[in-house]
Write a new protein. Structure first.
Length: 253
């Protein structure tokens, strides 16, 4: 899903997971109002339910694609699923996104909904405000905003930053600590967040959980990864050892 961008260009990765139903179009309409209101340069150009995307006309043009339940044939028989919604933009700001809807599997297990956005960085875009709004809108379980350093970039589908966020959540883990991490209600008692604030981290109560920032500059992970990495290692000592699935930091060349 994520397009290749130059390694020297900062790329925002935004991921929010929720156990709540987000398939109602009122939710979809509000989300896209928030996305475009954050920065008009995030306005989609192409939209749809798969790679065969069509031209974006206005927010209402998403409605026919939103919360569509389709029947798919698979090796274990047919499944009725909610088809994810995708969008893409090639102009400034080059970006793409995908929303997968909260659902129940054939075995009766919860499938977490997710909102993923990848975008070129621009200092005029208030990603932190947008992140807070989406966490509140979705009543999120967890969320992450990060600019991966070159050594954290995905290669062949693998990233030492946070691959498989949804799979981690199902195991009552978080994949990793991002520049901004939202610990939703299921994770709100994992540490003494007031103590973290006393240690100098930015901690904010949000939507029944806690927002934790590693620093006051979103570019720190990209511009000075060694310092960011050391702080992340120290921060993880304040949590239970098995909370984060990724336990080793990416190694500098």
């Amino acid at each position: 899903m994520v397009s290749a961008r130059k390694s020297d260009q900062p790329t925002i990765e935004f991921d929010v997971l929720t156990a709540n139903d987000i398939s109602d179009w009122d939710f979809g309409h509000r989300f896209f109002e928030m996305l475009i209101g954050t920065d008009p340069h995030l306005t989609p150009e192409k939209i749809g339910n798969s790679d065969n995307l069509t031209k974006f006309e206005n927010i209402g043009s998403f409605e026919p694609h939103w919360g569509r339940r389709v029947r798919l044939e698979g090796p274990f028989g047919p499944s009725d699923v909610l088809w994810p919604v995708a969008w893409r933009r090639s102009k400034k700001l080059e970006s793409e996104g995908r929303i997968s809807f909260t659902d129940i599997s054939k075995k009766g297990n919860l499938i977490f909904g997710s909102i993923f956005v990848s975008s070129a960085y621009d200092e005029a875009t208030d990603w932190l405000r947008f992140f807070k709004e989406v966490c509140e809108l979705t009543k999120a379980t967890a969320g992450f905003v990060h600019i991966p350093a070159e050594v954290e970039r995905r290669e062949n589908g693998y990233s030492p930053y946070y691959p498989g966020a949804g799979g981690s959540i199902l195991k009552k883990q978080l994949p990793n600590i991002a520049w901004a991490t939202y610990f939703g209600p299921p994770f709100a008692t994992e540490t003494d967040f007031k103590k973290l604030a006393d240690l100098g981290y930015h901690v904010e109560e949000l939507a029944g959980g806690y927002l934790l920032l590693m620093s006051d500059n979103i570019l720190d992970s990209f511009n000075d990864f060694p310092t960011f990495s050391r702080r992340r290692v120290e921060l993880k000592k304040q949590f239970r050892p098995d909370l984060f699935r990724i336990t080793e930091e990416a190694q500098m060349p």
